[in-house]
Design a protein around this ligand. Structure first.
Ligand code: ATP
Ligand code: MG
Length: 430
């Protein structure tokens, strides 16, 4: 009989191992700390929603709805979809849970996996993670500005120094149709040079041509009309005030007149966080205002503004410091079978005392055990051999400073006492 083959993960789906997830946790905790100061509370949303939620919110003509959703029929034939983004779910929850009455200007943040069936490549996966924030019920420019100040402060807090904020206005229901028509005319006039996707976009959703990733399309679109030239007075005033508030708070940004958001429901403020050094997938996050969305999902005419950051790309733009990857304070090394029980007792008491402690199996040479402790990046090694057992004390070696000063841990000491002694050894002599 042949050995069974190993089973691989699904294409575009990946594992996040401890070295990476440690960084992710730091990024998530920093988000929670920063966002809480701005009055946001966390919402935990389902990963599965009814397909029509996304069909209605994202628009039938977006790439996501046209070809990227993981949709399936439940056993009772209900159409379900793994969420490709979370804003639609936030709005559904805002309406369904009555926040629209009880907390109409709710500030909600979320984190979690999203699913899109895109072509996998560096920085682009079929399951990826986002951290996002949404402000409902506010249409004033102060809400946009406050959100952008928070975003900038968060990026600075996690050390994403090369990240740049790009800003634009894409107009509203008054002036966006005018701009859409101007783009359509431009697209029709340049049809020959545009990709097959953009051929469809010209008629169905011309703003999306600005978002095309094909190089020849990008080149042509650099000459396309810009939204700024078509804005109505209301949109112009809104943008001017957002900019004035950002400048007052010294939030650095650049105007990008060709910036549009991929999703249909955005209006007025649109922005993106772009980082250099990430290659083709250089957008760390994006967001904007979506004043028509709540109504489109069956609620009252409530405005909203928000953003989403991709955690994989954020971790690349803000890789963090080495200190986060520190190993255990000490590794316990039992040299022989008789030391197994005392080694576990020592480890348990130190762990109860709040320390990260490694524990190696018995039965190898001291040299092999010390090598194992080094591999774990431990600061100290506590050795338990025949001699130590007789004396009732573990010998402690400093694996970082490599000094031979003999230090010991009494095996009969209490957990807090042991933790205190070990901490003194780590802190001492610096
Ligand atoms: P892109 O232009 O890279 O396709 P997008 O406009 O589709 O991004 P949004 O829907 O605005 O992205 O999502 C916000 C962020 O989520 C992106 O800036 C990116 O960091 C992240 N993101 C989006 N799609 C993916 C993906 N397939 N894999 C990894 N991260 C992603
Ligand atoms: Mg995309």
């Amino acid at each position: 009989m042949s050995a069974p083959q190993a089973i691989a993960a699904v294409k575009g789906f990946r594992d996040v191992l401890p070295d990476e997830s440690r960084r992710w946790r730091a990024l998530e905790e920093a988000a929670e700390r920063t966002f809480t100061r701005y009055g946001f509370g966390e919402i935990r949303l389902p990963v599965v929603e009814r397909t029509e939620l996304f069909a209605r919110s994202l628009g039938e003509t977006t790439d996501i709805v046209e070809k990227e959703m993981y949709s399936f029929a439940d056993r009772d034939t209900t159409g379900l979809t793994l969420r490709p983004e979370a804003t639609a779910g936030v709005v559904r929850a805002y309406l369904e849970n009555g926040l629209v009455q009880s907390d109409p200007t709710a500030r909600l943040f979320y984190r979690g996996p999203m699913f899109r069936r895109e072509r996998p490549q560096r920085g682009r996966y079929r399951q990826f993670y986002q951290i996002g924030a949404e402000v409902l019920g506010r249409d004033d420019p102060l809400a946009d500005a406050e959100l952008l100040v928070m975003l900038e402060r968060y990026l600075a807090a996690v050390g994403a120094r090369a990240a740049r904020l790009e800003l634009n206005s894409v107009g509203d229901r008054v002036c966006r149709p005018v701009y859409r028509e101007r783009l359509r005319e431009f697209g029709r006039a340049h049809l020959a040079g545009l990709c097959p996707d953009c051929h469809r976009r010209v008629e169905r959703n011309p703003l999306r041509m600005l978002d095309c990733k094909v190089e020849s399309c990008r080149e042509i679109m650099t000459r396309a009309p810009v939204a700024a030239d078509s804005l109505c007075d209301g949109c112009r005033a809104h943008l001017a005030q957002v900019r004035a508030l950002l400048e007052q708070e010294r939030v650095a940004y650049v105007m990008n007149p060709r910036l549009v958001r991929g999703l249909d429901y955005y209006c007025r403020t649109a922005f993106e966080v772009v980082a250099s050094g990430l290659g083709a997938q250089n957008a760390v996050g994006g967001g904007g205002r979506y004043d028509g969305l709540v109504a489109a999902l069956g609620g009252p005419d409530v405005p909203g503004v928000g953003f989403a950051l991709g955690l994989e790309r954020l971790a690349m733009a803000a890789p963090g410091t080495e200190a986060e990857a520190a190993g255990p304070a000490a590794v316990i090394l039992p040299l022989e079978a008789g030391a197994i029980g005392p080694a576990l007792a020592l480890a348990t008491r130190l762990r109860d005392g709040g320390l990260a402690i490694g524990l190696e199996p018995a039965g190898r040479s001291l040299k092999a055990l010390l090598r194992a402790a080094d591999r774990r990046r431990a600061r100290l090694a506590a050795i338990l051999g025949e001699e130590e057992l007789r004396a009732g004390r573990a010998t402690v070696r400093d694996l970082v400073r490599h000094q031979d000063r003999r230090q010991v841990l009494p095996l009969d000491a209490s957990g807090p006492e042991l933790a205190r002694l070990l901490q003194a050894m780590i802190g001492g002599g610096e």
